[in-house]
Each structure stands twice: as C-alpha cells, then as structure tokens.
Write a protein that binds this ligand. Sequence first.
Ligand SMILES: [Zn+2]
Length: 279
Amino acid sequence: MQIVGLVGDVELERQREIDRNQVWLARSNGRMRLRLGEMFEKLVRLQGHRELGFSTTGAYSLERLSRSGRWMGETRTVARRVAELPRAGRAFDRGEYGWCKLELLCRHATAETGVKLLRVARSATVRELRQAFVEGPSEECDPERDAFDRSGIDDTFLAWLCKSYVTTWLPHLGTSDKWEHIYALDLYRCSSPVCFRKDCTAHHIRFRSHGGGDQAWNLTPPCDDDHIDGIHTGRIRVTGRAPDQLTWYIGREPVLVVRGREKELVPPALATRARLLVP
Ligand SMILES: [Zn+2]
C-alpha cells in the first residue's frame, strides 16, 4: 500500500510539473501576443502596412504574422486598453495572470473599478472574474489590500508587505528602548541559562525596591516569562554582577545552580539547604 501511495505521489508531482510548465509557456505566449499588438498598433498608426503594399491590416496580419485579422483586431484592442490601465499590464507582464483575465480586465475595468478588479484577477478564476464584472467587485473589508491599493506602488502585494514591514521597523532596530545596551550584551536572548527565548526584559539583579540602581552590572535581560513568572515569583533567583559573574538558582527549592558556564545539579536532599544559602 505504501508503494502504491508513493507511486501516486510521484505521479501527482509529475502532473503538477507539467501544469507549471504549460502555464509558464502560455503566459510567455500571452506576453508575446501583447507585444505584437503594441507593435502592430504603432505600424497601423503610421499606415506602415499600406506603405509595405498591404491593402488592409487583416491582409498584413495573415501574410506577415500568420494570424487572422480578427485575432489581430482583438489583440490591438487589448494593447490600446493596457496603455490606459498600466497597472493591469504590468501585473500581466509579471505573470500574475494570463491572457484571458487581461482581456476581461481590458474589456470591463474602468478607472474607478480597475484597482479592485485587478485585485480580484490575481486570486480569482476566470469564471469568478466574469462574475465580478456582472455583480461589481466585492466590497469586503480588507485593510491591508486597501492600503496596498491606495499606495499606488507598482509591485506585488507580497513585495509591498515586505517593504512596508522593513520601512516601518528598520528605524527602530537597535533603539527599542532605554535598555537596548543590556539586551545587546546577551545578543537579544533571554539571559536565563535554561532558556532560549529571543525576547528580553530588563531585570534589576538587586531589586530597585532594595536599593538597586541602573548600572550595567545590576541589569540582566531575562525573557518576559522568566522575569515575571520566574524571578518575581521566586521560582528563579539570580545574584552577582552582569554579565559574566552571575549565579542562577533554578527552582523554588533550587535543583540546578549555574555559575557562568558551570552547571551543578542539586540532589533533592540538599535542595532545601541550597535554598537557605541563596543570598
Ligand atoms: Zn527565558
């Protein structure tokens, strides 16, 4: 049964690969068609087909391009509309959808509906896109997509998301708060020796309520859980001077003591004694 399943998986992957290749070829073909339409449009405006001895555009198309006049007429119409809907044309050139969807967009989209219909075209099937032209684009609330549309950025939604994230957060990198220098000392990782989390909070080794100050040696960056649920509930204790001379006591009655790189398991019988020895 397993072998049958494996053969099935291989077959399915092969079918998907053929599908991917066909889609790639069809979209390349679509881009070629659009370029042909754009060039043909220029030639006709210059009356070039007549200069070259053809009485009609159809005759030129059939003779020179092996395409019917009707095929070329439809192609020129799309090329003219793409000039008015440049975002639709660029999304098509990036391979975000094929010729059928581009043709539908060019036939039905207006300056007002174009952006929303372009969004539909990226994710919907051709049938769903046709339906959208009948009913009008959905007014579903999608704040990220709306922001993307308003931005006017000529790129994919994913690229816009990544750029927005970097643009928003890059200025804050290295300046998250006044304890940045403390987090950096521990490479932005929890300073507890038994934790690997990557969020940091600033903990005063000698509590401020006990007279501890903001000196670097009195600060260490445990993660939120180790700080609030561990240290401040007595499950973890830390003493000494940061960053290299700290001693960590793990457990309310310590079962593990860590000094620098040295770890020491505390036998249960000694755990109560160890707790009494914690400064
Ligand atoms: Zn932690």
